[in-house]
Design a protein around this ligand. Structure first.
Ligand SMILES: *Cc1c(COP(=O)(O)O)cnc(C)c1O
Length: 369
């Protein structure tokens, strides 16, 4: 069952059925242009992360502006993008199941597919599947640069894995995946610069160690919306994987300084109760908007606080004029975290000014297998 499309082109914003996921198209296009210009100026490639938008349509808007391809986190996301015509996809993640690997091997007929590995056992699995499909999969060695997630130790362990991959007739050694996820939301510029400085140094050492074996790292990839300028300036990374920049969220807005992008993603929500003075209730709780990185903010209404989310209710407190919200009024919510918010909806509603311009699917919604 798909959700009912909440709007049609030409409608006014106030008539959209809520809760609905809306994009301010002017703001989003500005973000796409700004990141594209940054990458051109810095001389680095952009491989934008599709875990944010989950849409081949938005992927093609990024590619039209110069992005070389997309990152995904999941096999099923890779399928949706490849079927949607994206020709170069990196699964920036470990894939551990021969069924999933078979699906990726099959996709190599359509698109260039790369994936990450951080253990020899999984490289053995990838090799066996590539051989049985008579194809070659490109494998990047993921290194842990203090992100505290996946990744083999930089230096010797990473080098041994790179040599193992390069030795295979069925695999192509693609380079290094070096993402420092924890650094993205460090609040000060100094903390972020230091964290990426350390990550870049360990990455550079690993590139050099691998080169001693006469192997080149064609891709040295990493970076997100919080730190990409530091990876770009390091001279070590050649591919940036920022994703959230397309939409932004309340949590990224708390970085100092905040990334230079506009909020373009909102959940439109309707006031459904204002029975008591100074309090109002919206039709969007935590089933409609992610709260893992904090409660939503209210766009353009500093006088209203979203103070509590239950399943289907969002509680508001009005600070300045307690009688100023009418039942039926709609508000734009700024999500605390954009990616999981997108994953709650089947449809994007694109808005220009206050009118609906397009309604298109969140095609890879729920694609986590
Ligand atoms: C999430 C993620 C990104 C993108 O980070 P944003 O904060 O959304 O810009 C890049 N690379 C990897 C591996 C990720 O998991």
């Amino acid at each position: 069952m798909l959700q009912r499309p909440p709007a049609e082109p030409g409608m006014s914003e106030a008539d959209i059925d809520t809760p609905a996921l809306i994009i301010d198209l002017d703001a989003m296009e500005g973000n796409l242009d700004r990141m594209a210009a940054f990458c051109r100026g810095a001389g680095v490639r952009l491989r934008a992360h599709a875990k944010t938008h989950k849409s081949p349509i938005i992927a093609h808007w990024q590619i039209a502006r110069g992005a070389i391809g997309q990152c995904v986190q999941k096999t099923a996301e890779a399928e949706v993008l490849a079927w949607g015509g994206v020709s170069d996809i990196l699964v920036s993640n470990e894939v551990v199941s021969s069924r999933k690997l078979a699906r990726l091997a099959a996709l190599t007929r359509m698109s260039k597919i790369s994936l990450c590995a951080d253990s020899a056992a999984v490289v053995d699995q990838i090799e066996a599947v590539a051989e049985s499909f008579a194809t070659r999969l490109t494998v990047l060695v993921e290194i842990d640069v203090s992100g505290g997630r996946c990744g083999v130790e930089p230096g010797e362990p990473a080098t041994a894995l790179a040599v193992r991959i390069a030795r295979s007739r069925h695999l192509v050694f693609g380079g290094l995946q070096s993402y420092q996820g924890r650094a993205q939301h460090l609040r000060t510029e100094q903390e972020r610069r230091d964290a990426i400085g350390q990550a870049a140094a360990r990455t550079a050492d690993t590139v050099a160690a691998i080169r001693k074996h006469k192997l080149e790292c064609a891709v040295v990839g990493g970076a997100g919306t919080g730190t990409f300028a530091h990876e770009a300036a390091s001279g070590v990374y050649n591919e940036l994987q920022a994703g959230s920049y397309v939409f932004m969220d309340a949590d990224y807005a708390r970085n100092r300084p905040a990334p230079d992008f506009e909020q373009s993603l909102f959940v439109l929500s309707t006031v459904m109760s204002a029975a008591r003075h100074g309090i109002a209730v919206l039709d969007c709780g935590h089933k409609g908007i992610a709260v893992d990185s904090g409660l939503p903010l209210i766009h353009a209404r500093q006088d209203i606080d979203y103070v509590g989310a239950s399943d289907e209710h969002g509680s508001l407190v009005l600070r300045s004029d307690p009688g100023s919200l009418a039942i039926g009024e709609t508000l734009r919510l700024i999500p605390g975290h954009c990616d999981p918010t997108v994953d709650r909806y089947d449809w994007y509603v694109g808005i220009r000014g206050k009118r609906v311009e397009c309604v298109f699917p969140v095609a890879a919604r729920g694609m986590m297998q």
